[in-house]
Design a protein around this ligand. Structure first.
Ligand code: F0G
Length: 486
């Protein structure tokens, strides 16, 4: 058991995660009737991205820009030094990056994908290969837009839904070396490691693994780029799960990881519970290579497209990442939900990861072929019967190959994000209850088909329709079981 300063045991109750914050600003929620939820689905093309929040009860689409901010962050926003150039707010951001991530050169960007654009623009030439533990949607899109190709090099264990492996986000070191030998180091501008690998269920890598990746990078003279968007939670799970790190602070673990990386980029929408992003490094040469791209794509070098108020919130949020009572909150709620569902037989990704609870639509909707998007159908069905909005993380989120063929995802997941300090335990119990009901009624769910398919990042604005009247059948069963309950 890790030396966890947030571990509070109960005398009589089962051990439940205890909130170590209090709620001082609230927002009223609405749960609209199921008939309205069906209309909303048709209006939004059965795509949860296109729902309007007035129709959403619990918004579990993402943690991006939706984590609860602290009183200190909100207070700092009032201190913003509005200036096009040379803002004091930027220097506070730079100091926080140096203190928390250990890098002295900072390039601000308006969010994570803007950082990916700049890095791809600077380093990738046509035909290059980017080995990585696993892709994220926007990172892959930027790499392929710049003529590169990705290679995903996880161990087989990573694809096992129900597993006990503590570090499913680890890079397969043998495959990495084989890939470099096959393609030639000159065609590999960088290796990308993603903290808490998002698309396979928020699964972390270990420090041992990152050290092994570093050794290979050094052996072949290749840069190591760290996507640090979910770095805080990865550090928390290292503390929980990796031998030798139980007694280390989150600050020490983060610095151990960032020291091993040449370039770090992040979505501040995740990392620091605010809105923005950035790239940082200790190499002046790399900094100089990237510097001209910030004013070109983002804005002047002391704001990079981020509002100055948000820059203040990022600076404070970075320091708060080091607070274990803060960084453990979302993983503990996720652990609670995942373990409860697992005990009741609902197939979920285990061990519990970060960002959210990931439900396996392949097993639940084994009667729906991947051609008809089981994860998309399950996400729509879950919204319909609960008002809870999750996100499809399956084949709809994949992109077609260069010949226009469908590429089916390795996993078909419904992701229910649990942003930091936003939901209460009774809301989590509601989610669990409705998921159990839907699991018991899963045979009523059928597939979806595209009626509007954008060519890039189709999952954002794509439109689909159900292949039959299955949503109406689901409503009829809901009414039978729940009567006039919302
Ligand atoms: N890298 C990772 C690992 C991410 O999870 C995200 C965003 C990005 C990069 C891009 O950052 O959104 O600021 O441009 N993930 C969000 C999500 C969108 O819902 O998981 P961004």
């Amino acid at each position: 058991m890790a030396n966890d300063s947030t571990n509070i045991k109960f005398y009589k109750e089962e051990n439940i995660p205890l909130e170590l914050h209090k709620v001082r600003v609230v927002q009223k929620l609405h749960l609209v009737p199921i008939e309205r939820r069906l209309e909303a689905l048709f209006e939004g093309g059965f795509n949860t991205f296109r729902l309007n929040t007035k129709d959403v009860f619990l918004d579990m689409l993402t943690d991006s820009g939706t984590n609860a901010m602290s009183d200190c962050q909100l207070g700092a926003m009032m201190m913003a030094d509005d200036a096009y150039a040379g803002s004091q707010s930027f220097f506070r951001f730079q100091k926080a990056v140096e203190d928390v991530l250990g890098k002295k050169y900072l390039l601000p960007a308006h969010q994570g994908r803007a950082a990916e654009n700049i890095i791809s623009h600077a380093f990738i030439k046509k035909g290059d290969i980017i080995p990585m533990n696993y892709h994220f949607t926007t990172s892959m899109a930027h790499i392929t837009q710049h003529g590169g190709k990705i290679e995903e090099l996880l161990y087989d264990e990573a694809y096992v839904i129900n597993s006990k492996h503590p570090f499913k986000g680890n890079m397969n070191i043998e495959k990495l070396e084989d890939s470099i030998k096959k393609h030639g180091a000159e065609n590999i501008p960088f290796i990308r490691m993603e903290a808490s690998t998002n698309l396979i269920g928020g699964q972390p890598f270990s420090i041992k693994n990152l050290r092994d990746v570093r050794k290979i990078a050094d052996k072949y003279g290749i840069l190591l780029v760290l996507d640090a968007s979910l770095l805080g939670e990865n550090a928390y799970l290292v503390k929980q799960r990796e031998e030798g790190f139980n007694d280390k602070t989150i600050a020490e673990i983060i610095l151990t990881m960032t020291d091993l990386s040449d370039i770090i980029y992040f979505s501040a929408r995740k990392l620091s519970s605010s809105r923005g992003g950035g790239i940082c490094t200790n190499s002046e040469k790399i900094y100089k290579k990237l510097e001209p791209l910030v004013p070109l794509f983002e804005g002047f070098l002391t704001y990079g497209g981020i509002s100055i108020r948000e820059i203040e919130a990022i600076a404070v949020g970075l320091y708060e990442t080091l607070d274990e009572t803060m960084i453990s909150q979302s993983p503990k709620f996720i652990e609670y939900l995942v373990n409860s569902l697992d005990k009741k037989g609902v197939p979920v990704v285990t061990p519990p990861g970060v960002l959210g609870c990931h439900i396996d639509a392949i097993q639940i909707c084994s009667h729906i072929s991947q051609k008809e998007y089981p994860a998309g159908a399950f996400a729509a069905a879950f919204y319909l019967i609960s008002g809870v909005r999750g996100m499809e993380r399956g084949s709809i989120s994949n992109q077609r190959d260069e010949y226009g063929n469908e590429t089916y995802a390795d996993m078909e997941l419904l992701r229910l994000a649990i942003p930091r300090r936003v939901f209460t335990l009774s809301q989590i119990k509601y989610v669990e209850d409705r998921l159990c009901w839907l699991y018991d009624n899963r045979q009523l769910i059928e597939g979806l088909r595209f009626v509007y398919e954008p060519s890039v990042l189709r999952f954002f604005m794509g439109g689909l329709e159900p292949v039959s009247d299955w949503p109406q059948k689901l409503i009829a069963k809901f009414k039978k079981d729940f009567g006039d309950s919302l």
